[in-house]
Design a protein around this ligand. Structure first.
Ligand SMILES: Cc1ncc(COP(=O)(O)O)c(C=O)c1O
Length: 346
């Protein structure tokens, strides 16, 4: 992803919600504590503590978090985002009272329809102007996330979303500039769109996250191959009567993300790998809180893995799974070479 960013001459601001690990974030920046995106203020605080000083909190800010955010903004360069006139006004007053000037992005909806302003609506320009004219806010620019790339079922459809991310922000930035509003940063990105994007002209930074691990979803989707996937959950066989094999990794350990059911109806809740990460062809079927029931294909040799055997589960959605755990066991050449903590919470 660093190469993709370098080739397109854009900054890489990886989304660290995928791993919540300062060690991994430094790997993403070739050893440096470079710019990052976070999904909670707890992540922002934990990474700030670890020396990361340029952080974007990429969920719209709301008044209940002003005190904490403004406090952190005294210590690091913290970017916030908004799509709400009243929240932006309230933040402006709170920042002024706190004696802090804080950079804030206007979030744009490029088709995902989760958060963000409609870039074609007159209110969008009015909100950008309101931010730019507020003495205690700094208009950082435009930010969007093509999350609807996850619903695309062909690579061409992913590329279309990548074009929407770029075009919606770059064209809106042109209109803002024509209206006299400077737009320093245009920030876009998801893992599917950034692995497929053909044109990043006009963009200044990208924020993919999942690519650092990839997962079963991304492999089925075409962002990577199964061999590229880095994260698995180590599980123990707790029941094996020859017909049913059950592991001690259930919904809490794996998450219940269904994966790309449209593209791979048999993906289950994860691929069952052996300790050397070879796919057994088995899939995790039913999940309860701490039990994962394996769907055995007909003729499967269940006796290969008696009770007590260890298996590795390649999950559908690495980000949701990693967030359930307290630490990574880092494996190189079949040996655990490090344990890295995961900064969870809100
Ligand atoms: C605002 C925002 N930016 C960037 C990302 C990273 O996307 P991905 O996990 O597809 O790499 C996300 C993921 O949800 C996000 O919500």
């Amino acid at each position: 992803m660093r190469e993709i960013a370098d080739r397109a001459d854009v900054a890489l601001r990886p989304h660290v919600k995928t791993h919540k690990s300062p060690e991994i974030a430094r790997l993403q920046h070739g050893g440096a504590s470079g710019p990052i995106t976070v999904s909670t203020l707890a992540e922002a605080e934990a990474f700030a503590q670890e020396g990361f000083s340029d952080i974007t909190y990429a969920v719209p800010i709301e008044p209940g978090k002003f005190v904490r955010a403004l406090d952190l903004a005294r210590r690091v360069r913290l970017h916030l985002l908004t799509d709400d006139t009243a929240a932006a006004g309230a933040l402006s007053r709170a920042a002024s009272e706190a004696g802090v000037r804080i950079p804030i992005f206007l979030e744009v909806d490029c088709g995902d329809h989760r958060c963000g302003v409609d870039p074609g609506a007159p209110q969008a320009i009015a909100l950008a102007r309101q931010i730019a004219e507020s003495p205690s806010l700094i208009f950082a620019g435009l930010l969007t996330h093509g999350g609807h790339s996850y619903a695309a079922t062909t690579l061409e459809a992913v590329r279309r979303v990548a074009r929407q991310e770029r075009d919606a922000t770059v064209e809106f930035a042109d209109r803002l500039r024509a209206a006299g509003i400077a737009v320093p940063v245009i920030s876009i990105g998801s893992t599917p769109t950034m692995t497929q994007a053909e044109d990043l002209s006009g963009i200044t930074e990208i924020r993919p996250g999942n690519y650092v691990f990839f997962d079963s979803f991304q492999a089925v989707h075409g962002s990577c191959t199964f061999e590229d996937c880095a994260l698995t959950v180590l599980a123990a066989v707790v029941h094996n009567d020859g017909k049913r094999v059950v592991v001690d990794a259930g919904a809490i350990a794996l998450s219940k993300d269904l994966g790309p059911r449209d593209l791979d109806p048999d993906s289950g809740h994860g691929h069952v790998l052996d300790l050397e990460a070879r796919d057994t062809g088995w899939r995790i079927g039913n999940l309860s809180q701490e039990h994962g029931e394996i769907d055995l294909p007909s003729g499967a040799d269940a006796a290969r893995f008696p009770v007590g055997s260890r298996l590795r589960i390649l999950v559908n959605h690495a980000c949701l799974t990693a967030a359930q755990h307290e630490r990574y066991h880092v494996i190189e050449d079949g040996r655990v070479i490090a344990e890295w903590p995961i900064s969870r919470g809100w």
